[in-house]
Design a protein around this ligand. Structure first.
Ligand code: AMP
Length: 188
């Protein structure tokens, strides 16, 4: 199964993705993690990638697609994958669709995790204290939420038009969110 997980920063995607990959036995492809791994190197590319992450802006679509495509070619992804934080723009969604159809594959499902904005800010500020992620400061959080609203949220319409969208209420407890996700997955 191939599925895309859409949700604003702080919606609990990471936590739910971990549970879902265990259940479905597919690899978890987080582009945020992949880009942070690039950022940790000391190269011209890593400094370029860092300039986007640190400002809370999206890295260029084709760069992200190239990194994802490399992963998808690996043996572990033959039976599917869970895309976390990707696609983030309509262009990335089209690039992914094109890439998969070239391989004779398709996406099965897009899950949208919905959480109200005030709650997201509280959760992200709390995570900043615990994890010390450099992009979890107030200014960057606001920018990332704004980027989500303007560039990523329209993806839900894109996948709804394909009949692949399932919406999940992310304001419930972790357990109930996971139950709702499992129910959505079982419908596809
Ligand atoms: P995340 O861990 O998913 O919240 O991503 C952290 C940061 O990595 C984002 O704020 C972006 O700067 C960058 N990033 C992650 N995924 C993508 C993507 N699909 N397209 C562009 N930039 C991304």
């Amino acid at each position: 199964m191939r599925l895309v997980f859409i949700g604003p920063p702080g919606a609990g995607k990471g936590t739910q993705c971990k549970r879902l990959v265990e259940l479905l036995k597919i690899p978890h492809l987080s582009t945020g993690e992949m880009l942070r791994a690039v950022k940790r190197q000391d190269t011209a590319l890593s400094r370029w990638v860092a300039s986007y992450i640190d400002a809370g802006k999206l890295a260029p679509d084709h760069l992200v697609m190239r990194i994802v495509a490399q992963k998808l070619q690996s043996e572990e992804c033959v039976n599917g994958a869970l895309f976390d934080g990707f696609p983030r723009t309509i262009i990335q969604a089209q690039l992914l669709d094109d890439y998969l159809s070239e391989q004779g594959l398709k996406l099965d499902l897009a899950l949208e995790l919905r959480v109200v904005e005030e709650e997201l800010i509280q959760r992200l500020l709390k995570r900043a204290q615990i994890d010390g992620r450099a992009d979890d400061n107030y200014e960057t959080i606001r920018e990332r939420l704004n980027v989500f609203k303007t560039q990523t949220a329209p993806l839900t319409e894109y996948y709804a038009a394909q009949g692949k969208l399932e919406r999940v209420d992310g304001m419930q407890s972790e357990e109930l969110v996971f139950e709702a996700i499992k129910a959505s997955v079982s419908r596809h």
